[in-house]
Design a binder for this molecule. Structure first.
Ligand code: UGA
Length: 464
């Protein structure tokens, strides 16, 4: 089939190369000239496994342009894959979605299905339907279908081709037929429903996963108090197939371009209808606190962070991506700097984004060794393979004081004990070398007023 994909971010580009893999011909529309020129040379502007390989393999079926109107003219289906970022007031910003819809309405010359892949608030597809009804060229029929994505960064191509379900929200028969043809190469479960339900499946899925993470993070915090081990607790819970073992990894909270935005969007959508979705509100609150959990832990060793050298291992919101959107590292670095620490960061995907935020205030290091060298404290914020494989004994050798506070539980307590370091992770007993035990067993009456890191503007106050 002839498909147009508008937007070549994680969702758009991954969808495009996978449609090509299934034999379709795909035109991708990208307005950003810098990205477009990269795409035209056969390279991927996003850091995502398999995408470049697929671009090479299916080069003959893929083309890239900035001319949306031309690309939509004869398409049988146009996929909207543009961003729906968080607005100042917490709602999803639909400006780009409606701008593209306008272009589609003005250019489509045959019958066409406009498929919304961007995550949009419930009711948006309905609004687009109205727009096309009023604005499409005389005699042309543009049907709207909702086809949410369930792609995790790092495994997006695999998720697209082999994910457990494809959801299609349609109003009339033709849209379903076109989408069934497009997904003919997919062998998993196809769920065909109405558009509002499809929109809700997307939000409910992301919100439920966020909730699961916040739940296990609270259990982890409690584990630390009562002396239980959160990883074993998660394993014990997950063995029950009604609960499932995935998304029960305790840590420093969820980040990325999806969960933080989608939880807030659902919260505000409910509020708009005068309904409070309490579970989601709690998940958001727990997550905000969890993100700065390591700062709170650091105070057990250093009541003041002023003048300390702090190594930060990992900037990305999770491994195998270079994405810093809503990454816990941003909040942690902001607090460390605010408190006067000398921050040395390491991440294997480069420093472009962090340098644009802090051009002079932080040191970007080429290796883990360089980052931890002579540091008073080390924060682990992303569970990169390189960090997991880094011998804990090296911290003892290199650091000024071997205090490793791990937000991603990269090491076993046994390995840390053997290495002779202070190892404070999430939801487990901390490990202390014998000579540290006496001092650290004496209570410190903290937190002191005014010493708690300040959080971003409170979530539930509209910032507008
Ligand atoms: C997420 C969903 O997993 C996808 O299904 C969805 O399509 C996508 O959002 C989206 O809406 O576009 P993604 O944001 O790429 O995908 O990343 P995840 O792997 O879900 O991780 C999100 C965050 O949760 C990360 O910060 C990760 O570290 C954290 N996480 C995940 C945990 O803290 N614990 C876990 O057990 C799992």
């Amino acid at each position: 089939m002839k498909i147009t994909v508008v937007g070549t971010g994680y969702v758009g580009l991954v969808s495009a190369v996978c449609f090509a893999h299934w034999g379709h011909t795909v035109t991708c529309v990208e307005a950003d000239q810098k990205k477009l020129s990269v795409l035209k040379t056969g390279r991927s502007p996003i850091f995502e496994k398999d995408v470049e390989e697929f671009m090479r393999r299916y080069a003959k079926q893929l083309s890239f342009t900035d001319n949306c109107r031309d690309a939509c003219k004869e398409a049988e289906a146009v996929f909207i894959c543009v961003g729906t970022p968080e607005r100042e007031d917490g709602f999803a910003n639909l400006k780009q979605v409606f701008a593209i819809a306008g272009e589609i309405a003005d250019s489509v010359e045959g019958d066409c299905v406009c498929v919304v892949k961007s995550t949009v608030p419930i009711g948006t597809n309905q609004k687009l339907d109205r727009l096309f009804f009023s604005r499409a060229k005389k005699g042309r029929r543009i049907e709207v279908a909702c086809n949410p994505e369930f792609l995790s960064q790092g495994t997006a191509v695999h998720d697209f081709l082999f994910g457990p379900r494809v959801v299609i929200g349609v109003e009339k028969g033709r849209g379903a037929k076109v989408l069934r043809n497009i997904y003919a190469g997919y062998s998993g479960k196809l769920i065909v429903t109405d558009r509002q339900t499809a929109e809700m499946i997307k939000y409910a899925s992301n919100n439920f996963l966020a909730l699961k993470i916040s739940f296990i993070n609270e259990i982890a915090n409690l584990c630390e108090i009562v002396g239980a081990d959160v990883e074993t607790v998660a394993r014990g819970m997950g063995a029950d197939s009604r609960i499932g073992e995935q998304f029960l990894r305790a840590g420093i909270g969820y980040g990325g371009s999806c969960f933080p935005k989608d939880t807030k969007a659902l919260h505000w959508l409910a509020k708009y209808y005068d309904y409070e979705i309490k579970t989601v509100k709690a998940a958001i609150e727990v997550n905000e606190n969890q993100k700065i959990r390591l700062i709170k832990k650091a105070r057990r060793y250093y009541p003041s962070l002023e003048g300390l050298t702090v190594a930060v291992l990992g900037l990305a919101f999770k491994p195998d991506t270079d994405d810093l959107r809503d990454a816990p590292s941003l909040q942690n670095i902001a607090v460390l700097l605010q408190e006067g620490a000398d921050v040395r960061v390491w991440d294997p995907t480069g420093y472009e984004r962090i340098k644009s935020l802090y051009p002079h205030q932080i040191t970007c290091c080429g290796t883990i060794e360089e980052a931890v060298d002579k540091a008073h404290l080390c924060f682990i914020l992303t569970e990169w393979k390189q960090v997991k494989e880094f011998d804990p004994a090296r911290y003892l050798k290199l650091m000024q004081r071997p205090i490793v506070i791990d937000g991603r539980n990269c090491y076993s307590p046994d390995a840390a004990q053997k290495a002779g370091i202070v190892y404070d992770c999430i939801g487990k007993d901390r490990v202390l070398p014998p000579n540290w035990q006496e001092e650290l067993s004496r209570p410190l009456y903290l937190p002191l007023d005014g010493q708690e890191p300040s959080l971003a503007p409170h979530l539930y106050q509209r910032r507008a």
